[in-house]
Design a protein around this ligand. Structure first.
Ligand SMILES: C[S@@+](CC[C@H](N)C(=O)[O-])C[C@H]1O[C@@H](n2cnc3c(N)ncnc32)[C@H](O)[C@@H]1O
Length: 293
């Protein structure tokens, strides 16, 4: 009898694509109605990887273009044709209406390139700590709204010490883990891995999400709170593997790094995609549980 009960429990547990392990253990019973249900892994994607790439490239190019003063070494090593693209916007493949020129203020760049900006503020929910809000602009359904930063652990890699009392360990559908904690041992590990993985002057990941001033303003997705029966989810998580062709000079804005330097697969990122139109002033809520049937 005991074995049968245990087997049933195990099967139920396995069907959960639980995102945040400690949160689930405490809240599974309370929030059953807010669970996101998908019939297959492939149905969990709201938009294609190409659409996600388009937004990231558009924003990252604008961020780089507005940071020319700090990027001397990077520009020196870029092929002339690529360099020209950043130094004189009018030579790019079409007019980029609304792209800011000159001053380097990432949040303004975000507003002008993607049409909205998000920022961390005290959550509108009691006792939920910090949350993420759309502070200006308008987010159309299907937009890439945020990124989940952190160190990437493949399913077989050890994460024991970093995961103790850590509410920021995110689990992907294929059991890859992302440690998005910006404090303590997690912060030390991320900094060290990011410093390790460079190609000369080219940084391959961003470390500024560990501070209050993020170079990539999308990289605050780890602070998005869970929906509740009263506050429905307006964003969902989606895995995004960085394509090989992603430009070298733009990788410095990716807020993820592999724990092991010899990982033989594309860099995993996770983006948050809008489930509906979102207006300024609204807090973002995701779904910490998803069941794949
Ligand atoms: C990934 S963190 C989100 C950021 C968190 N709000 C903070 O300030 O650090 C997950 C933690 O946020 C809190 N949290 C998330 N959603 C919540 C909700 N709907 N109500 C209360 N607390 C929530 C829980 O403490 C949970 O363990």
């Amino acid at each position: 009898m005991f074995r049968i009960v245990m087997k049933r429990l195990q099967d139920k547990w396995k069907s959960y694509r639980y995102r945040f392990v400690p949160w689930i253990a405490l809240n599974l019973g309370k929030n059953e109605r807010t669970i996101r249900q998908v019939t297959e892994r492939s149905k969990d994607r709201l938009v294609s990887d190409e659409v996600v790439s388009e937004t990231l490239l558009h924003l990252f190019r604008a961020l780089l273009r507005n940071d020319v003063a700090q990027q001397g070494e990077v520009f020196r090593l870029l092929p002339a044709s690529t360099r020209t693209r950043y130094l004189s916007p009018e030579t790019t493949e079409g007019p980029d209406i609304g792209e800011p020129k000159g001053e380097h203020r990432p949040i303004e760049t975000m507003l002008l390139t993607v049409g909205f900006c998000i920022e961390r503020k005290p959550s509108s929910l009691p006792f939920a700590g910090t949350g993420v809000f759309v502070t200006r602009g308008f987010v159309p359904k299907g937009s890439t709204v945020a990124m989940y930063p952190g160190t990437i652990y493949q399913a077989y890699e050890p994460i024991l010490f970093q995961s103790i009392r850590n509410p920021f360990v995110f689990r992907c559908i294929d059991h890859v883990l992302i440690d998005g904690n910006d404090k303590g041992i997690s912060k030390i590990v991320y900094r060290s891995c990011s410093g390790r993985d460079r190609l000369g002057p080219f940084r391959l990941s961003d470390i500024t999400w560990l501070t209050a001033n993020t170079e990539n303003p999308l990289a605050v997705g780890q602070y998005v709170n869970n929906c509740s029966n009263e506050r429905a989810a307006n964003v969902c998580y989606q895995e995004y593997d960085v394509p090989e062709a992603f430009p070298l000079e733009l990788r410095q804005y990716l807020p993820n790094v592999n724990y092991r330097h010899d990982t033989q697969r594309p860099l995993r990122c996770v983006v948050l995609v809008a489930l509906r139109d979102i207006c300024p002033g609204e807090e973002l809520f995701s779904n910490y549980f998803t069941i794949v049937h």
